[in-house]
Design a protein around this ligand. Structure first.
Ligand code: NAP
Length: 298
């Protein structure tokens, strides 16, 4: 029986692990992929206070080592079932093992949102990618398009510009959502922004060769030749499967200021939680607050 089981080993889960272990609790962290979550794929994090520039991988790897040093146990397995109601929380794993805990911290993060256009699934790995830092190297000297107008799309476009021959950034409005600093860097870059446009179709035989775009102001269709398309249009929270946990209309888990969900002993932290700012620093803060609430019985 653990004092706390943390579901997800991104920055939020790892931070919760560090604080819970230091608070003297017996902690298990369950992860079904690799440590670091979405942050692990960030090539260059420049807004984590005190660190001028680091890769998401290095930052998360350091957090994982801190967790291990303080005594957290890592369980690499997928979750098959979760029972959160009652004093003992039970988590069934794909391996058949069962983990029991007095408290659960849900730190399951979010996944990249899909465009939802024809051929998208067919071209995954054949031109369509949801992670520029993972797949950018395959497009050295080629032409790519980044879809989206937020911070991820802006960072992806700037990152890909260092590798690709030509980078388009396709955005559905006439203004970017990305932070000003990134907008200024884009303005100085060679990235060509295609405004007021959405992807209508992905064309090609075995691989993507062309993107069909629709200008939403004029309804005009245009095509651009591309070798790759990087989709960066936000995220979908991994909040499914947590029965009885209250969700917002967007599917994010609702918590109070101590990260408590509506269920006793169940907390949610990081990108899966309804909040105004999803960053590594806020994920870490969430994790610390949840662990502290458990340690101190708040
Ligand atoms: P986001 O901020 O939600 O931006 C998503 C972008 O995709 C928006 O521009 C949105 O357009 C567009 N979009 C959404 N659905 C679309 C669709 N179906 N078709 C076409 N375009 C669509 O997502 P994000 O950029 O992934 O960022 C997620 C969070 O992580 C944010 O809080 C962000 O600040 C944070 N983040 C921070 C950093 C950093 O600080 N270094 C880096 C990356 C991410 P509209 O603008 O019209 O809504």
């Amino acid at each position: 029986m653990y004092d706390v089981v943390i579901i997800g080993a991104g920055p939020a889960g790892l931070s919760a692990g560090i604080y819970a272990c230091r608070g003297g609790l017996k902690v298990a962290i369950i992860e079904n992929k690799s440590v670091g979550g979405q942050a692990q794929t960030a090539a260059d994090i420049q807004n984590y206070p005190g660190i001028k520039s680091t890769s998401g991988f290095d930052l998360c790897y350091a957090m994982m080592n801190q967790c291990i040093e303080f005594g957290a146990e890592f369980v690499f397995d997928s979750i098959a079932s979760v029972s959160l109601v009652g004093e003992t929380k039970t988590i069934g794993l794909a391996s058949g093992n069962v983990v029991e805990a007095k408290n659960v911290i849900i730190a399951s993060g979010a996944n990249a949102r899909k465009l939802g256009v024809p051929n998208e699934s067919k071209f995954i790995g054949k031109g369509v990618s949801y992670c520029a830092t993972c797949d950018g190297a395959f497009f050295k000297g080629k032409t790519v398009a980044v879809i989206g107008g937020g911070n991820t799309a802006a960072e992806d476009a700037l990152y890909l510009e260092k590798l690709a021959k030509k980078v388009y950034m396709v955005h559905r409005r006439d203004a970017l959502r990305a932070d000003d600093i990134l907008v200024k860097r884009l303005e100085k870059s060679g990235v060509e922004i295609v405004w007021n446009s959405v992807v209508e179709n992905l064309d090609g035989e075995d691989k993507i060769t062309q993107l069909t775009l629709k200008n939403i102001k004029t309804d005009t269709l245009t095509t651009i030749s591309v070798d790759g398309v990087f989709v960066a249009i936000g995220q979908t929270p991994n909040s499914q499967g947590f029965e009885n946990v209250s969700l917002s209309s967007g599917g994010y888990i609702i918590t109070d200021k101590n990260m408590h969900t509506n269920i006793d002993g169940v907390y949610a932290v990081g990108d899966v939680r309804e909040k105004s700012l999803r960053q590594v620093v806020t994920a870490c803060a969430d994790g610390a607050i949840a662990a502290n609430a458990i340690v101190n019985g708040i």
